[in-house]
Write a protein that binds this ligand. Structure first.
Ligand code: UD1
Length: 429
């Protein structure tokens, strides 16, 4: 298993290209199931999760081709991939595949909409909490699906097709909003989703579906209206920039100090997180094609944050912000409201010398003047990268184990940081 070795202490200076968003690419790829025509996605990141979803979609009958060769001069540019689900050959998503990747559960929406039936394994537990699927079930039932649970599978059927309806989510869910929006695109009549997730990835999926011929308005707000159409066509769509990758590198620069331009992204995607970073002492300015983040001289100020659905502070940046706060000049409080068990990084940060105490959903972080490198490991993607951020300032060597978590969501992390002066290397095997 690969590991990442970091020698802390270097400031970051230079330019980091931001990849296409994993959390947008996955639902966009799943949307290819909705049409027998070709959906072309540009700026698809090279990530383990993308490769895994390609395999899962292949099981349902989706063929794919990758355009052209990867240019040696532009190794960072995302791929253009063509997805074609000419015929759906299987409406079952088996446990072996869904349990590997939670987002693959989302195929239930398109399969039900296009084939009027789907048999999808329950995803099961997950390292960051129980992550139930009740909202998906309720939403699809509102569109007329009958749903049974049989031997660990959700068996969904909509004889004669889904029918539009009004549905109010009792709780904001990004995944369930994606699924309901895809399902309603091919339902008969109008669907109105209230208390929808407002994440930029939801708006990106709606833009793609509209390019495919769907009639969706309001995506990006709490009320989404979808007028069902009888069929969708192919389209070409560019995956939006990854706001979590953007925020992660911005936090890394705030941690080490330095001056870095993040290219191909924009501040509107993560305003709340950038405001917190500004309060902590980083200077952030928009540039023509991205943003510049600078921290010179001054220390890191303590800032309290509470995770919330968009436009709140993203749960996917909570661990990284905590890493930053371990070096602040005082005490900060970080509250996690989305997942009940998303503090696995705390014990590992403590191994580097961080002082963090937990009380329920809140972490109290007392800044320390120094961290010291150590071997660490993490059990999820965002927790792993928080250890990288801490390692960038820890004295001596930090060895991050289980790098496969990082590879699920960060494209060429060691190269991107290395190009800005960090001493980071991947140790294979
Ligand atoms: C969530 C995050 C998303 C992040 C992703 C991966 C939010 C609102 N969502 O998205 O930003 O990228 O994790 O870390 O911040 N829930 C139910 N029943 C359901 C579905 C969800 O109770 O049927 C709960 C979840 O357990 C969670 C909350 O609703 O507490 C939000 O879940 P949801 O947005 O669906 O999770 P993801 O789509 O995984």
């Amino acid at each position: 298993m690969d590991r990442i070795r970091i020698r802390g202490g270097n400031a970051l200076n230079g330019t980091i290209p931001i990849s296409g968003a994993k959390n947008a690419a996955l639902p966009l790829m799943i949307a290819s199931l909705l049409t027998d025509d070709t959906l072309t996605l540009e700026n698809v990141p090279h990530l383990a999760d993308v490769e895994q979803l390609i395999r899962i979609l292949g099981n349902h009958g989706v063929d794919y081709t990758v355009s052209g060769k990867r240019l040696a001069t532009q190794p960072s540019s995302g791929r253009t991939i063509h997805f074609t689900a000419r015929t759906i050959v299987d409406t079952t998503a088996p446990y072996e595949l869904v349990s590997k990747m939670r987002a693959s559960f989302w195929v239930i929406g398109p399969l039900l909409a296009r084939c009027h039936k789907a048999r999808v394994s329950l995803p099961g537990g997950c390292a960051i909490g129980t992550r139930p699927v009740d909202l998906f079930i309720e939403g699809l039932q509102a569109l007329g699906a009958t749903i049974d649970i049989d031997a660990g599978y959700i068996v969904a059927e909509a004889k004669g097709g889904l029918v539009g309806n009004r549905y109010t989510f009792p709780k904001v869910s990004v995944g369930a909003t994606h699924v309901l929006m895809m399902a309603a695109s091919l339902a008969k009549g109008q669907t109105v989703i209230e208390n929808a997730a407002r994440e930029p990835e939801v708006a990106d999926l709606a833009a793609c579906l509209n390019a495919m011929g769907a009639k969706i308005s309001g995506a990006g707000t709490a009320t989404i209206t979808i007028d069902g159409v009888s069929a969708l066509s192919g389209a070409r769509h560019r995956v939006l920039p990854d706001r979590i990758e953007t925020g992660t590198y911005a936090m890394a620069v705030a941690m080490t100090g330095g001056d870095v331009t993040l290219e191909g992204t924009h501040s509107g995607l993560l305003q709340t997180a950038l405001t917190a970073l500004g309060d902590a002492g980083a200077e952030i300015t928009d540039t023509a094609n991205g943003m510049r983040i600078v921290r010179n001289g001054g220390g890191i100020r303590p800032v309290d944050v509470v995770t919330d659905p968009f436009p709140g502070f993203p749960t996917d940046l909570q661990a990284q912000f905590m890493a930053l706060m371990t070096r602040s000049d005082g005490v900060s409080h970080i509250t996690e409201t989305i997942f009940e068990n998303r503090f696995m990084h705390v014990q590992e940060l403590a191994r580097l010398g961080a002082k963090i105490s937990l009380s329920g959903q809140m972490a109290r972080v007392e800044g320390v003047p120094r961290l010291v490198g150590a071997p660490v490991m993490a059990t999820d993607l965002r927790a792993s990268v928080s250890l990288v951020i801490a390692g960038l300032v820890a004295e001596g060597e930090t060895l991050v184990n289980r790098v496969y978590h990082l590879d699920r969501g960060f494209e060429r992390l060691e190269e991107k940081l290395g190009a800005c002066g960090a001493e980071v290397e991947r140790i294979s095997g």
